[in-house]
Design a protein around this ligand. Structure first.
Ligand SMILES: [Zn+2]
Length: 139
């Protein structure tokens, strides 16, 4: 641990982060399981329910479960990066992710400037798509 880089996670912080991530991971896992059971239970009592309401409830539950799966994947990813010493390192430029940024966004995978560049590119792509669909409507 003598070759620790400036942005690297300190051992005591590593342990705290790891247990926080694992706790969160377990909570999300339980949420997914609950949502799955609720969806299954809905199917069994569906005959007497308003089909439309049941269907929209099921859709919402599934969407939430999907969101939880995304969160779970982000948590797994953060844990993996923590374990192989890549946590806090930008996935694009390999630079250190600022400490403040990690505190605000524990799952951040990019440094501030790479994230900003990416968001800018996404906004540009979105604007181009808007222009294209807008153009279509006009024709
Ligand atoms: Zn970067």
């Amino acid at each position: 641990m003598t070759m620790m880089r400036s942005g690297q996670v300190q051992p005591e912080r590593f342990a705290a982060l790891k247990s926080a991530l694992e706790e969160r991971r377990q909570a999300v896992g339980e949420e997914i399981e609950r949502a799955r059971r609720a969806t299954l239970a809905d199917g069994e009592v569906g005959d007497f329910e308003d089909q439309g309401a049941t269907e929209s409830l099921r859709t919402t539950t599934l969407e939430l479960a999907e969101l939880d799966r995304v969160r779970l994947a982000a948590l797994d990813d953060a844990l993996r990066r923590l374990e192989c010493g890549r946590y806090g390192v930008c996935g694009e430029c390999n630079g250190d992710i600022a400490r403040d940024r990690l505190i605000a966004l524990p799952f951040a995978v990019r440094c501030q400037s790479c994230q900003a560049a990416r968001e800018k590119a996404e906004r540009l792509a979105g604007a181009t798509a808007d222009l294209r669909s807008g153009g279509k409507v006009g024709w």
